[in-house]
Design a binder for this molecule. Structure first.
Ligand SMILES: NC(=O)c1ccc[n+]([C@@H]2O[C@H](COP(=O)([O-])OP(=O)(O)OC[C@H]3O[C@@H](n4cnc5c(N)ncnc54)[C@H](O)[C@@H]3O)[C@@H](O)[C@H]2O)c1
Length: 331
């Protein structure tokens, strides 16, 4: 499968490119980014002393270069405010697409996806990367098999992106991202997708939501949470936080009358009833990105897009509802 990677930022060069390189069925035709700096970084990628400074890949500046390269598929590791138009153009050009989450920063912005025909939509896989992890699948199995009982209380405490005042690039990126939505829009894409996957349905209602901005120089509240009611009476208390000097534990806990499961949000180890520890091979990030690429190769040979564009839009819809409720109810 001949592919291009568009968006050579943190996750593009840090996780997508290595995963694409590791897959034996993938050949990389082109890397592309609008930023000259990021193109320079890509030119230097992997061109260490052993390669005597020879760039490993062709580098282009945008989607036109990708479309001209005659690839079978493209990975978009671009910010969510530019991703929707790129996805529509690439899918309409007949390419298989793996697009980073969230699929847009609002449901209004996601309306462009309505231009896609069913066949084009079926070629769009969304980068809800951690859905592929065996830890999520094991937890889903425990829930489906009644190991924990029913109904369940789920507490999702998702804290990431610690404020690092010495890292100007990170600060600028986080400010630009917060300007386009609270953390629930961005981190929520993953977590709301897991919750729907684990609890087998979208939330029936949002019982309450809150937000808090912990520093005046931030463009939006950086802490946000909600109480969600799922089919079957499951209750999820979800909270998302960024940009504090220290972070609470990142974890998801699931409690029912028969059992208690804890998913460590950092490395995805699982415990059951405070005893059994389930660890999976390898590190979480490469493990999930490799599985994601495997699905992308399967998509190219006729398999389903998983997670699908519909999954990505469903997670965004819930995230936006939480953000709207939280804005109205913030103190
Ligand atoms: N799946 C995951 O685990 C995961 C992890 C981190 C980030 N993400 C998502 O990945 C996306 C990128 O995040 P990041 O942290 O790498 O951001 P980043 O800002 O570091 O990288 C984005 C890159 O896209 C480039 N770009 C912007 N517009 C472009 C265009 N029109 N054409 C080509 N290139 C363009 C930018 O120049 C930049 O290099 C975000 O949507 C983020 O939510 C996903």
């Amino acid at each position: 499968m001949l592919v291009a990677l568009l968006g050579l930022g943190d996750i593009g060069l840090g996780a997508h490119l290595p995963a694409l390189e590791r897959h034996p069925a993938i050949e990389i035709a082109l890397l592309a980014d609008v930023s000259p700096e990021r193109r320079r970084a890509a030119t230097e990628y992997g061109s260490g002393p052993g390669r005597r400074g020879v760039p490993r890949y062709e580098v282009g500046s945008g989607l036109d270069d990708v479309l001209a390269a005659g690839v079978d598929g493209v990975v978009f590791a671009t910010p969510p405010w530019v991703t929707p138009d790129l996805v529509v153009r690439a899918a309409q050009a007949g390419l298989c697409v793996l697009a980073e989450k969230p699929v847009a920063t609002s449901i209004e912005a996601a309306a462009v996806y309505a231009q896609l025909s069913p066949a084009e939509r079926a070629r769009v896989q969304v980068g809800l990367t951690y859905r592929h992890d065996p830890a999520i699948q094991t937890l889903a199995g425990w829930i489906a098999n009644g190991v924990l009982g029913t109904p369940l209380l789920v507490r999702a405490h998702i804290y990431d992106e610690m404020r690092r005042l010495d890292d100007v690039e990170h600060l600028e990126r986080m400010h630009a991202t917060l300007e386009r939505g609270m953390p629930v829009i961005h981190e929520g894409a993953h977590v709301l997708d897991w919750l729907s996957y684990l609890l087998q349905g979208r939330p029936e209602r949002i019982d309450g939501a809150w937000s808090l901005q912990t520093a005046t120089d931030l463009p939006a509240p950086n802490l946000v949470g909600a109480r969600l009611i799922y089919p079957g009476g499951h209750v999820a208390l979800a909270e998302f936080g960024w940009m504090t000097d220290s972070l609470p534990r990142c974890e998801i806990t699931v409690l029912g009358d028969r059992g208690y499961a804890v998913l460590d949000g950092t490395d995805f180890t699982l415990t059951l009833n405070n005893r059994e520890l389930v660890r999976f091979d390898g590190e979480k990030v490469p493990r999930c990105f490799d599985r994601q690429v495997e699905r992308f190769v399967a998509l190219h040979t006729g398999g389903p897009a998983e997670p699908s564009l519909a999954d990505g839009i469903a997670a965004l819809r819930t995230a936006e509802e939480i953000a709207t409720r939280a804005s109205g109810e913030s103190r």
